[in-house]
Ligand binder design. Structure first.
Ligand SMILES: O=C(O)c1ccccc1N[C@@H]1O[C@H](COP(=O)(O)O)[C@@H](O)[C@H]1O
Length: 219
């Protein structure tokens, strides 16, 4: 089974090149002003050109207004919108209809009961992303480098298309793949040398770890 791999929070040509060289299926841009990974829509539009025909460009937003989404969509023509705030199923449907783009709804989880929150979005969101709950005091709804018990995801119906995210890195990706067998994975701070600073060497190391874990499972 193919594994979707999203490298999120890209801000530089070097990080984009490393993500594409490693075989990323998705590259993400953060449009949340408080994030150290924030990128201006026009700059994301420039960076995403390298990904055309190679990886899907994902615009990550948090309870964004129509005006901000209009600006992002016009500036970078994303292939997908990731809604990472407290968007309701109605808001997800509205955004899908307005832009005609696939939507990935992010949900924060820590225990199996949290997966219930998925139900009202079924048939509305195209994809899901299960991220950790932000630690107390964090201003970021995602990108906190916090992991959770990935085994809870084995309780999902087989038809749910999702990415596992939250605290992934080269050292733990093998466990995440073995324990949850997700259709996709999404990483941000685990391939950074400092908050918001992507390290091409860490990106390369992450892809190597993914390949090694998959080869081990196939053997
Ligand atoms: O990365 C951010 O700063 C961010 C800000 C606002 C919403 C989402 C954000 N990131 C998302 O969180 C996941 C997990 O990050 P991490 O690997 O635990 O650092 C990331 O891939 C983004 O999709």
């Amino acid at each position: 089974m193919a594994l979707d791999i999203k490298i999120c929070g890209l801000k530089t040509d070097g990080a984009m090149a490393a993500a594409l060289a490693g075989g990323a299926s998705h590259v993400g841009f953060i449009f949340f002003a408080k994030s150290p990974r924030y990128v201006e829509p026009a700059e994301a539009g420039r960076l995403r050109e390298a990904a055309r025909g190679k990886a899907k460009a994902v615009a990550v937003t948090v309870d964004a207004t129509d005006a901000f989404l209009d600006e992002i969509v016009a500036a970078m023509q994303p292939d997908m919108l990731q809604l990472h705030g407290s968007e309701t199923p109605e808001r997800v449907a509205e955004v899908k209809a307005r832009y005609g783009l696939p939507v990935m709804k992010a949900l924060s989880v820590s225990e199996a009961a949290d997966l219930e929150r998925l139900k009202p979005f079924i048939g509305i969101a195209d994809h899901f992303l299960f991220d950790a709950k932000p630690p107390k005091g964090s201003e970021l709804p995602g990108g906190n480098g916090v992991a959770y018990d990935w085994r809870i995801l084995t309780g999902l119906d087989a038809g749910v298309d999702y990415m596992l995210s939250g605290g992934l890195n080269a050292a733990n990706i093998g466990d995440a793949l073995r324990l949850a067998n997700p259709p996709g994975i999404d990483i941000s701070s685990g391939v950074e040398s400092a908050p918001g600073v992507k390290d091409p060497a860490l990106i390369e190391q992450f892809f190597r770890a993914v390949r090694a874990a998959r080869d081990n499972r196939a053997a």
